[in-house]
Design a protein around this ligand. Structure first.
Ligand code: BEZ
Length: 277
């Protein structure tokens, strides 16, 4: 119990210090819901305070820094980001079916992300030895001949997972054999200023869509460069939206032609020229 408690506190400390908030004390209540799986529940030691005191990562929040072991060696996350965009994505566990397909799909699109000055980094709640063996499987069955060229963080104690609030909260039965809550499928898009710009959270049962990750990255980068927003189901090349904060006069000066469907809904052509600057 002592080591379990200290682990709980260590995790809470990271989160608490980051967020500048109270850190869980030894009196923190331990959740012991009355599930049928008694042994798993007995081992389940992540306190309510730990859940509640994770940093509140909102869009625009600074991306918390951390040091971690990865399949490409130890990293300091902010140094890893450098001047790039970064996509940090988590998985519940190595050698699991949906995760294997997802890692393979990200590996296949790595070149597309690189063209957009974007680094990929995965996270899975297992150790390095496991990751390295799992990568062999992924490359055998899921990458269509590509290598897994990006690092995968080893996070067996869920330290990074807690820091980024990637741990399942609702479903307390969703715990591993050691009684630790599974990481969910989270995606964080972080810009070169190290700000969180977009998050996606998927349950363990549902694989993500890498084309959507690329699409939203394109939307963010187009918006930043051209000062536009993008409508539902937009893909690069299609018309974009002139934000309401831009007057008609300013829109005409910046974009040339635009069409107003309503005074607040104005479209202009894909801003090819502005994106070249
Ligand atoms: C999967 O990748 O298939 C998976 C992993 C953990 C829990 C459920 C599904």
């Amino acid at each position: 119990m002592a080591s379990t408690l200290s682990r709980t506190l260590r995790i809470a400390s990271i989160a608490g210090v980051r967020a500048g908030i109270r850190v869980a004390s030894a009196r923190t209540p331990i959740i012991r819901p009355g599930f049928a799986q008694k042994s798993a529940v007995r081992a389940f030691s992540v306190s309510r305070a730990t859940f509640d005191e994770q940093p509140r990562l909102r869009l625009g929040s600074p991306a918390p820094n951390f040091k971690a072991e990865t399949t490409h060696g130890p990293i300091d996350f902010h140094e890893f980001i450098g001047k790039s965009w970064t996509i940090l994505f988590s998985h519940p566990a190595d050698f699991t079916p949906v995760c294997t397909t997802e890692l393979g799909a990200f590996a296949q699109l790595e070149e597309e992300f690189a063209k957009r000055n974007t680094k990929l980094i995965g996270l899975s709640a297992n150790g390095l030895d496991s990751h390295e063996k799992w990568i062999e499987d992924i490359e055998e069955v899921a990458t269509n001949g590509n290598k897994v060229g990006f690092p995968i963080i080893a996070d067996p104690e869920r330290k990074v997972a807690f820091l980024y609030d990637m741990v399942d909260h609702q479903d307390l039965t969703n715990i591993d054999t050691k009684g630790i809550a599974f990481t969910i499928r989270a995606v964080f898009i972080i810009d070169p200023n190290k700000k969180v710009r977009l998050t996606m959270l998927y349950p363990a049962s549902t694989g993500r869509n890498t084309a959507e990750v690329l699409r939203v990255l394109d939307s963010l980068q187009t918006g930043d460069k051209a000062g536009v927003t993008t409508p539902i189901n937009w893909v690069p090349g299609e018309d974009v939206i002139v934000p309401p904060s831009v007057s008609n006069e300013a829109a005409a000066a910046k974009f040339g032609e635009f069409r107003a469907v309503k005074p607040y809904l104005r479209y202009t052509k894909y801003p090819t020229e502005l994106l070249k600057k």
